[in-house]
Ligand binder design. Structure first.
Ligand SMILES: NC(=O)c1ccc[n+]([C@@H]2O[C@H](COP(=O)([O-])OP(=O)(O)OC[C@H]3O[C@@H](n4cnc5c(N)ncnc54)[C@H](O)[C@@H]3O)[C@@H](O)[C@H]2O)c1
Length: 278
């Protein structure tokens, strides 16, 4: 069902790799809500993923960009404004990657070159997107920039590794740049802290199935799906959230405020007592 929430709005959607990607669902929903937008990802993702199918489904142009490269971002944003016929109203930054996680490097033995890369791709890149957009004055007043985070920014999840630091930095950039961009141009910047979701990035985290099951049993509303995340993004891009900025908003079925649930006490989890925690 469409409410025309994004009619006449223009945007850029980063991070659609395949139909499991959260960004993929956001693009489908934004199309349904009558937005026009460009899609972007790395050259490699363009070759290996399925983004051109999404472009066909949504009538969008694909523009390659590495989100860590300010030059790529400048071309992407300038070309998007030209292609869409005016300044932007929304940007989805749905990008994350840790070479340490990908290569199973233990947290206590992090490779620091990889760590830099994790922070650059998964956090600093938001600053770069915002800085280039501001420099080009590419976003309309009350435009909305949304990035995706995870509760690993606040709490320890054993295999989330250096992505925890990346998400903490990401959420901090949301507040700091959100202040400056709000003050300067009334542009809004927020992060959505999403439930574990079955995507390429999600499943790359060790023990993902346990993360997913644990959080489903803990959350009174269950895990939020990528489709539900996309619906929430529509609200965040729409004028109905025009005074919301500098926030990290949990979209997690209630997980973030839980201690323990009946489900965990009851049937889902039984410790055999065989571990070291006597
Ligand atoms: N899946 C989950 O459980 C979950 C939960 C909370 C938050 N998130 C966050 O949601 C966002 C989207 O992830 P997803 O789960 O949809 O997985 P995904 O793997 O589909 O998306 C990640 C995207 O980042 C892109 N990317 C990586 N390096 C890049 C670069 N240098 N330049 C441009 N793009 C680059 C990838 O090509 C991919 O499209 C990430 O920030 C992730 O951390 C995911």
């Amino acid at each position: 069902m469409s409410f025309n929430l994004l009619k006449n709005k223009r945007g850029i959607i980063f991070g659609a790799l395949d139909e499991n990607s959260i960004a993929w669902q956001v693009a489908l929903k934004a199309h349904e809500e009558k937005a026009s937008f460009t899609l972007t990802n790395t050259d490699l993702a363009l070759r290996k993923g399925d983004i051109f199918r999404l472009a066909e489904l949504t009538g969008s142009k694909v523009i390659a960009a590495d989100v860590t490269s300010p030059d790529d971002l400048e071309t992407l944003i300038a070309d998007s404004v030209k292609e869409l016929g005016g300044k932007l109203d929304f940007i989805l930054h749905s990008v994350g990657m840790s070479p340490n996680v990908r290569k199973n490097v233990h947290y206590t033995e992090l490779n620091y070159d990889y760590f830099h890369r994790t922070l650059d791709i998964s956090a600093m890149s938001l600053h770069k997107v915002l800085a280039v957009a501001k420099k080009l004055d590419a976003i309309n007043e009350y435009g909305s920039v949304v990035t995706l985070s995870y509760i690993g920014a606040q709490r320890q999840f054993s295999s989330y590794s250096d992505m925890s630091q990346a998400k903490a930095m990401l959420e901090s950039i949301v507040r700091s740049f959100g202040y400056h961009y709000g003050h300067y141009k009334k542009v809004r910047v927020n992060s959505i802290s999403q439930s574990p979701t079955q995507t390429t990035a999600g499943k790359g985290v060790g023990g993902f199935d346990s993360f997913y099951a644990y959080s489903r049993c803990m959350s009174p509303l269950g895990n939020a799906t990528s489709e539900e995340c996309a619906e929430f993004c529509m609200l965040m891009f729409s004028d109905y959230s025009r005074k919301v900025t500098m926030q990290n908003i949990f979209h997690d079925g209630g997980f973030s405020n839980m201690g323990i649930s009946d489900e965990l006490i009851g049937s889902c989890f039984k410790c055999s007592g065989d571990c070291d925690h006597k």
